[in-house]
Design a protein around this ligand. Structure first.
Ligand code: IMP
Length: 430
């Protein structure tokens, strides 16, 4: 039996990871996040009731699952408080089941302010960030200037580190961006107050995972964003500031590669992206607008409309290699129900060259042309189907096409937003 499953996005995020993590978490003992922050928006629908989680692992709605936030995340205490309180208002016991690594860097108010200032200064070249301070917080981590969860318990150390950090950031805000800095006392007080709410949840996540694994417990690692937003492997610079690919599980949770038994790559049946940057199979016509409408394609974190396009098998192929995908989960299959002819990007053309994986130099993305293959749609409802054999023949062959083009089997299909609207062809745990 497979003990540890990793769920990763294989596109530009928003693939529906939250729903799948929630679905699988009823069979696991722990759910772990290992990168990103509250830029993620994981939407779960249970019996028609919708929840959006940003920071707390999507296993929180399954009582049996312990939830762990690994050192690879950048944590906003304010977002954590808000999310904890709204889950508690629903009757979910968060505190007895959540552990946060002491090594998580904290997203401070000046990080958010800097994120906005930078985006504004970039004008037309803006990345289109979520404005949550993610990039500046990771920069502070790497520059060894970051304030971490462990610092919250040590008033003196926190005051000292914060002073040093704010000297620098206020200088940048005031002198470079020409805007007011933040008041040190206020930031310190807020951090102390918010920190006190979570001090008892700080614990050794890496050690806990080792213990769980040794006891033979089942662990699910929940990725955020997607492969094409990875700081190294994505469409740089239009990416997020963390590694969203498989290696981040080890570095961001503190486990060895032997802790990973199965990698589930989540892809929509088509493609979406929020924010700026290359998107070779993007549609600018009525078909794209139809996908956006039927798929309710608005960002779960920022509410921004998502750009929509055909499935990009070239990019998916790369994601399958980069992450060692064991099986795919294809989500939002039902959104294609009415499409007469479905296209899939099968290769890129760059001048005279035909590429079967995306180029690694970002500038080349602008000059790509996509070669498509067309497939007949099924033009009947797949909404809510739970058995593979009940899918229309053309839907089955679309899934077989994805397998053939991307080099990994399809193990799960999602046919609607509810936990129940899923087809499990092969359970990742089997
Ligand atoms: P940041 O992560 O806020 O710095 O944003 C950098 C890029 O990643 C922007 O294009 C965002 O739209 C995108 N991004 C960040 N988080 C998500 C997500 O959870 N889903 C989709 N896109 C995301």
């Amino acid at each position: 039996m497979t003990k540890s499953i990793v769920v990763l996005g294989t596109q530009w995020g928003d693939e529906g990871k939250g729903k799948i993590v929630d679905l699988l978490s009823k069979d696991v003992d722990a759910v772990v996040r290992f990168q990103g922050g509250h830029n993620a928006g994981h939407t779960l629908v249970i019996d028609g009731k919708k929840t959006v989680l940003h920071l707390i692992p999507s296993g929180i709605l399954n009582e049996g699952a312990q939830c762990l936030i690994g050192n690879g995340l950048v944590v906003s205490l304010e977002a954590l408080k808000k999310e904890t309180e709204s889950l508690e208002a629903w009757g979910v016991d968060v505190r007895s089941r959540l552990m946060i690594s002491p090594a998580c860097p904290i997203i401070m108010p000046y990080h958010e302010k800097l994120d906005h200032a930078r985006e504004k200064a970039k004008g037309a070249k803006a990345i289109g960030t979520t404005g949550r301070g993610i990039g500046p917080a990771y920069e502070d981590k790497v520059s060894r200037r970051g304030i971490r969860m462990s610092d919250l318990n040590n008033h003196e150390l926190l005051a000292e580190k914060l002073e040093e950090s704010m000297d620098y950031h206020n200088f940048v805000l005031e002198k470079y961006f020409n805007m007011p800095g933040l008041a040190y006392d206020r930031v310190l007080d807020d951090a102390l107050q918010l920190g006190a709410c979570f001090a008892d949840l700080v614990g050794d996540v890496s050690g806990e995972l080792h213990r769980l694994r040794t006891e033979g417990k089942r662990i699910l690692y929940e990725g955020a964003q997607g492969t094409l937003l990875d700081i190294d492997h994505g469409t740089y610079p239009f990416v997020t500031s963390s590694n969203t690919t498989i290696g981040a599980v080890c570095t961001g949770a503190g486990v060895g590669p032997d802790a990973i038994d199965y990698v589930l790559g989540i892809t929509k049946a088509y493609t979406t992206r929020v924010g700026s940057g290359p998107f070779p199979t993007e549609l600018f016509d009525d078909i794209g607008a139809g996908l956006a409408e039927r798929g309710a394609e608005f960002g779960a974190t920022t509410g921004r409309p998502r750009r929509c396009g055909w499935l990009d098998a070239v990019a998916l192929r790369r994601a399958a290699h980069t992450n060692g995908v064991s099986g795919f989960c294809v989500t939002k299959m039902d959104v294609l129900d009415e499409v007469e002819t479905i296209k899939v990007g099968v290769a890129y053309r760059l001048g005279d060259e035909v590429l079967d994986v995306p180029p690694q130099n970002p500038e080349a993305w602008d000059d790509l042309e996509v070669e498509y293959e067309s497939f007949p749609g099924w033009q009947q409802s797949t909404r809510g189907i739970t058995r593979f054999e009940d899918l229309p023949a053309n839907a089955k062959s679309y899934l077989a096409t994805i397998e053939a083009l991307c080099g990994a089997p399809v193990h799960i299909v999602s046919t609607g937003p509810d936990r129940k609207e899923s087809i499990i062809i092969q359970h990742p745990s089997d």
